[in-house]
Write a protein that binds this ligand. Structure first.
Ligand SMILES: Cc1cc2nc3c(=O)[nH]c(=O)nc-3n(C[C@H](O)[C@H](O)[C@H](O)COP(=O)(O)OP(=O)(O)OC[C@H]3O[C@@H](n4cnc5c(N)ncnc54)[C@H](O)[C@@H]3O)c2cc1C
Length: 630
């Protein structure tokens, strides 16, 4: 028997990485929000790798922070190790990556959620989404509790009709023994959403006590202080950090796998979901790269004093005894003890091309989807979708303009545009190569690109906005300063240039021009008794990058100008593409299904040809003239 348990503006289903960002955004924008999740003990659970960040993912984390989200602050409060990756490469691919204390990450996020105004959280399983006259009306839980709301954000992750597979066994279960969400999956299908079956795998966890670290290579943290958040300084900064360890599989490991391939449901193809191309199981790796004698394995601690160690690189769903036999062949793990076996999980996700760039469904008003349920993979990808869905649910209820990030604004814009315009047939993971403008969408300037937008949306707090505005000003001052100081080709300066190992100057040269030289960096300029006074490391980094890469950056800005010409040509939502002469039948079908937001988005739909785009441009021009005549 259902009973009315409450009324809210926004209901968020799920407390994973998408759910937390969506609920916090909606509540912080002043909407009465409720978050319902299967288990409160699993809020912000990290069911897979105990890490946040890495190439392209760190850009997402910093973009979420720049918009006023929580993930960056939460990992800064709970990391056990932090590293800057790709330091020898350009700023476009430099990436922060932090190992998290999983329990601390969960508890810290839970505290933030529980202490946020306008936000209630409860344990329960949502089984049905209520709708009335094409609009969402609320949800019903497994205990019959009915909650009304104007918007519902589904962030159900890897739980929809989830099945856990180990060897030839498969059980109906969510990650880490939690309940699956079977009924909600059926209901989402009844609501007219196309469903895909995806899968992903996680490696075993082993006990630290039985590891022989002498047979491995230590992977320590990076030197110097670093953090994800632009706003909340970590204070005090951790005095010590915990290392990871590097070892590798052996030919013996590969033999064990080859001898037991028929014992894996995934390999035996008995039941199949689309798996992650960039996190292949070790079975897949051994089959696909037979020539490789060894594969790297990283042992990652799961917490400050946790016994559990995550065996990164050994994703597997082999039977437990085979996992044990595989692990024993790895240098340092000869005497191991498994704490949790590796497993694969299959789950339902929706075809995200049924959503708008606001994450709202096109055919059912008021329902939003974010995270793994949209076919993405990764904590960061989920959180990025969550914050955009939460902002848009709140803005719509407040009758305000929707919040859309373009591919030229952010990796979040690339992520959402790829999912809703092109869709995905396997778990979608963010990569720097997915962006056309990666030199501009760097992790170091996410605040300069997005904080103004987060502030206009109402999510960035006043004090953080002030910090941001001051930083922007200091960067401009720093650039002007270096452009205003000239080094003259006198004997003293030429000697200094020689000491720096750079070419002499023939005419008066500004410090900014000198800084453009690859061999010169800001520190070196001090020899000319000029330095950027009292600016912190981040400011100097920005000044240096913006001066050194000015040429490339300007080129990308020109490309973006061209891109925005198409992106700013809005496609009216009520166009009947079936009537437009000259369009191919495939184009008519695809455009009718996806109802692109702009001409730019239309051009990215697979199957839409340049000829179709020309037809649309003429059609839009005719529409514009007709409007003008009215
Ligand atoms: C086995 C496994 C392996 C993985 N491997 C990788 C990997 O290799 N690389 C990678 O990047 N990522 C991997 N991940 C994925 C990563 O965990 C997810 O990308 C990330 O957690 C997705 O976040 P999310 O918020 O979308 O969903 P989740 O973190 O899955 O959270 C979903 C939330 O929804 C709740 N929920 C679901 N249904 C209901 C309902 N009906 N009612 C109420 N609450 C509900 C759950 O309780 C949970 O809180 C893996 C995950 C698993 C489980």
């Amino acid at each position: 028997m259902n009973y009315l348990a409450g009324e809210y503006d926004v209901i968020v289903v799920g407390a994973g990485h998408a759910g937390c960002e969506a609920a916090l955004a909606s509540a912080r924008l002043g909407c009465k929000t409720m978050m319902i999740t299967i288990s409160l003990e699993h809020i912000a659970l990290m069911p897979c790798n105990p890490a946040i960040g890495g190439p392209a993912k760190s850009n997402l984390v910093r973009e979420i922070d720049a918009l006023g989200g929580e993930m960056a602050k939460n990992i800064d409060r709970s990391f056990i190790q932090i590293k800057m990756l790709n330091t020898k490469k350009g700023p476009a691919v430099r990436a922060l990556r932090a190992q998290a204390d999983k329990t601390s990450y969960h508890l810290k996020m839970k505290r933030v959620i529980e202490n946020t105004e306008n936000l209630d959280v409860r344990q329960g399983i949502v089984e049905e989404v209520l709708k009335k006259e094409g609009k969402v009306r609320g949800v019903i839980t497994d205990t019959g509790a009915k909650y009304f709301a104007q918007a519902v954000v589904i962030t159900s992750g890897t739980y929809l009709r989830s099945k856990v597979l180990i060897g030839l066994n498969s059980v109906s279960s969510g990650p880490q023994g939690q309940m699956p969400a079977n009924k909600l999956s059926e209901n989402i299908e009844e609501l007219g959403f196309k469903i895909f079956r995806f899968e992903t795998t996680t490696p075993p966890r082993i006990s630290k006590k039985y590891v022989d670290f002498n047979k491995m290579k230590i992977q320590p943290e990076s030197k110097g202080k670093m953090q994800f958040s632009f706003f909340d300084r970590i204070d005090p900064y951790p005095e010590k950090q915990i290392p990871c360890w590097l070892t590798h599989t052996t030919e013996k490991t590969h033999d064990v796998i080859k001898k037991n391939l028929e014992k894996s449901l995934l390999i035996s193809e008995e039941i199949k979901g689309a798996g992650p191309r960039y996190c292949p199981s070790i079975e897949d790796k051994v089959i696909r790269f037979p020539e490789k004698k060894k594969h790297q394995i990283f042992l990652e601690p799961e917490g400050w004093d946790a016994q559990e160690m995550y065996v990164q690189g050994l994703y597997t769903s082999m039977p437990e005894d085979v996992q044990w036999a595989m692990l024993k062949t790895i240098p340092g793990l000869e005497n191991l003890k498994i704490i949790r076996p590796g497993y694969a999980i299959q789950y339902d996700c929706i075809d995200a091309t049924q959503l708008n760039l606001t994450m709202e469904a096109r055919h059912l008003e008021g329902i939003y989807f974010a995270g793994q349920v949209n076919g993405s993979s990764g904590y960061e990808e989920a959180a990025a979708q969550g914050i955009v869905a939460g902002i848009n649910a709140a803005l719509k209820i407040k009758g305000k303009e929707s919040f859309i990030l373009k591919r030229s604004d952010a990796y979040i814009g690339v992520l959402i545009d790829d999912l809703v315009t092109k869709g995905t047939r396997e778990p979608y993971r963010m990569l720097t190569s997915r962006s056309e403008y990666r030199l501009l969408l760097r992790q170091d300037n996410a605040d300069l690109r997005l904080t103004e937008k987060g502030y206009q949306a109402g999510l960035v707090q006043e004090d953080n906005y002030k910090k941001f505005a001051q930083k922007k000003e200091e960067i401009e001052n720093g650039k002007k300063f270096l452009g205003s100081i000239t080094v003259n080709p006198n004997k003293e300066n030429l000697e200094k240039l020689e000491e720096l190992g750079t070419a002499p100057v023939k005419s008066p040269t500004t410090l900014a021009q000198l800084l453009k030289r690859p061999e010169i960096n800001h520190e070196d300029l001090k020899v000319f008794n000029y330095e950027i006074i009292n600016y912190d490391r981040e400011i100097i980094e920005q000044v240096q990058i913006q001066i050194k890469y000015e040429g490339y950056i300007n080129k990308q800005l020109e490309q973006i100008e061209k891109f925005n010409k198409m992106e700013n040509r809005k496609m009216p939502a009520n166009i009947n593409y079936l009537e437009i002469k000259g369009l191919s039948s495939e184009a008519r079908e695809k455009l009718t299904n996806i109802k692109p937001h702009s001409l730019g988005q239309a051009s990215r739909i697979s199957g839409i040809s340049p000829a179709d785009i020309s037809v649309l441009m003429i059609y839009l021009e005719q529409l514009r003239r007709k409007e003008k005549m009215k």
